[in-house]
Design a protein around this ligand. Sequence first.
Ligand code: SF4
Length: 264
Amino acid sequence: MKRELAAAARDLAAYVKSLDENLAEPPCGAAVAPRPAKTRAASPLPPPAGEPAVPQMTKKPADMDSLAEQVKACRKCGLGHARLNAVFGVGSYKAKVVFVGEGPGFQEDHKGEPFVGRSGQLLDKILETVLGLKRSDVYIANIVKCHPMKNPETPEAHGNDRPPTPEEISACRPYLDEQLRAIRPACIVTLGSVATKVLLGIDKGISTVRGRAYDYPVELFGPGHPIKVIPTYHPAALLRNPNLKRDTWEDMKMLKSFLETGKL
Ligand code: SF4
């Protein structure tokens, strides 16, 4: 028992040191080369009259590529008119675990890939240190696929991020469930309060609900085949408050154990 505790303490110390080194790195904003300016839609207009607010998935996409094309062309909510790039998702279509955040930010909008800024670097480090995985081993996505901006007229401005509205979330949510149907993961890790509240259908903050696993309330594969949900802090919260690293480590150890044993 003493040996196990000592090993766990060593693991935790190595993880904290590794993340501290990551936190010490300069923000990668300057390192992410913005893509050549893309022409964005003329103005942040609401969906045209008569168009449903929620995407109608009448035809199940043959594969994720066709779903990605749908998202690329989507203008079902106002976010689609201001974005530089739709941010569909990244990783393995055979992943056992899908990490879900709330929505793309500045860096993600420029690159068209989720979690590529400093938060993304930290997420990569956590994956590697605790789970021994690369981002290409898992799948990473957001609830909304386009960048929610305080001022949609200035997509090139920093500090322009905001959380998605309930309307934007309901418009975009079907895409995430389609992604989950296609990937068939055993587990979803929700990153932060917004993703956790939306996916679990609850109104409690992340610090209250983390530390245990839940069943995903949407039956994507019929009764008796729930996807497990493990809520944890958004990496951006760890950047703001390094004291949350230990809780995140515990959540990731729970995930590791589930991936190895199939039990929680
Ligand atoms: S956020 Fe989602 S629903 Fe809104 S335009 Fe983008 S892809 Fe479409």
